[in-house]
Design a protein. Structure first.
Length: 87
């Protein structure tokens, strides 16, 4: 996963995208399916900026199992390699 984040960062650098506050395409309440577990749907609960992270962090809970939580970088969701929007 660290390699995927590095690749995304390099893509952004070569496209000339500035690292700074941008309007995220991910919103609270959005639903995403894990590409590795097709039955898993995750709902965005919170998007937070943390000083130790270049990109905002997205906190999600599994639909139907609110006790299961996951936190990933916004870049991971936007790249679409691990998650895709749920229909």
């Amino acid at each position: 996963m660290e390699k995927a984040n590095s690749v995304g960062l390099l893509k952004r650098l070569f496209r000339g995208e500035a690292a700074g506050p941008v309007e995220p395409s991910v919103t609270i309440g959005a639903r995403y399916m894990s590409k590795h577990h097709h039955a898993s749907v995750w709902v965005v609960e919170r998007i937070s900026s943390v000083g130790s992270s270049t990109y905002p962090l997205v906190s999600m809970s599994r639909e139907g199992h609110p006790d299961l939580k996951k936190t990933v970088s916004l870049a991971v969701i936007e790249e679409g390699e691990d998650f895709r929007p749920a229909i």
